[in-house]
Design a protein around this ligand. Structure first.
Ligand code: ATP
Ligand code: MG
Length: 276
């Protein structure tokens, strides 16, 4: 029943990531379209480790809100290829660039799908650690799936500090820089919620919340803003529910941040869908 590598035909390059390239491919016998992530055999050990971690996580996950894996190929050349379902509208980052900022009602739908995905991952003890617009895939029905598990962590014990420097620094939570001040009884899951809060705020504002539009990211300034500044908040004009929701995600102290399952019951998501 499996799909063999020889049956896949390359259509085009979808994008380049950290160490790999993602192709749009066609399965010749069924005409079905897939995405194929190829990591070349000569890439360094860190990247290869990430690919194996990603494979392991994809094998364990099965949810409508995480990207599905249809096969993994290891070629004699050493290349590794991961066959995934194809998401035909790109990522939340490409949608933001193409169609502009998201309305509150659009974000209510986006937030609820990402939270269902995070709630699922956290329930099976996986921390994503790299939630950001470009890792959230979208299809034309506006289904959203979490992808890119290269730096995710499978928790063996519940109290693993898991402080290693992975993920895109800009979206990292205060406790990942400074666990003593913001960590509480740090368990890592709350870091994904912080990144979700920043992601939603970015989609609403149209720019990364800690930077002014067009401002170039500077790592030291950014880290100071995350650790010492007030968390970013919504501007006037946003509803009370949305403002409250973002506040619950962007609590600097990780143990005050709401969990995915708490946020799924937040008034912002439970509000009557027809009211705006
Ligand atoms: P990073 O290395 O920082 O994660 P990235 O997210 O851009 O960067 P990849 O995860 O390798 O890197 O993906 C590259 C691009 O390929 C994505 O930005 C996305 O546009 C596209 N892509 C990835 N997976 C799929 C998929 N399943 N369906 C459709 N497009 C995809
Ligand atoms: Mg990615």
């Amino acid at each position: 029943a499996g799909i063999s590598y020889a049956d896949l035909e390359n259509i085009k390059v979808l994008g380049h990531g950290n160490g790999g390239t993602v192709y749009k491919v066609r399965h010749k016998r069924t005409d079905k379209i897939y995405a194929l992530k190829v990591v070349h055999g000569d890439t360094d050990a860190t990247v290869r480790r990430q690919v194996f971690r990603e494979m392991e996580i994809l094998r364990r996950t099965d949810s409508p809100h995480t990207v599905k894996c249809h096969g993994i190929f290891e070629k004699p050349s050493g290349d590794i290829a991961i066959l995934m379902e194809y998401m035909d509208a790109g990522t939340l980052e490409t949608l933001l660039r193409r169609d502009g900022t998201f309305s509150e009602s659009k974000l209510r739908n986006v937030a609820s799908q990402i939270l269902k995905g995070l709630n699922y991952l956290h329930s099976i003890k996986i921390i994503h650690r790299d939630i950001k617009p470009s890792n959230l895939l979208v299809d034309r029905k506006m289904s959203i799936k979490i992808s890119d598990f290269g730096v995710s962590k499978i928790m063996c014990r519940t109290l693993d500090p898991c402080n290693s420097y992975v993920g895109t620094c800009a979206y990292m939570s205060p406790e990942r820089f400074d666990p003593d001040s913001y960590g509480g009884n740090y368990n890592g899951y709350a870091g994904d919620i912080w990144s979700l809060g920043l992601t939603l705020l970015e989609l609403y504002l149209g720019h990364f919340p800690f930077l002014q539009p067009g401002q170039r990211p500077d790592w030291a300034t950014l880290m100071c803003a995350i650790c010492f500044g007030d968390p970013p908040a919504l501007p006037d004009g946003a509803s009370e529910e949305f403002r409250g929701f973002i506040e619950c995600c962007l609590q600097k102290e990780s143990n005050k941040r709401w969990t995915a399952s708490q946020l799924l019951n937040h008034p912002f998501l439970c509000k009557d869908q027809r009211s705006d």
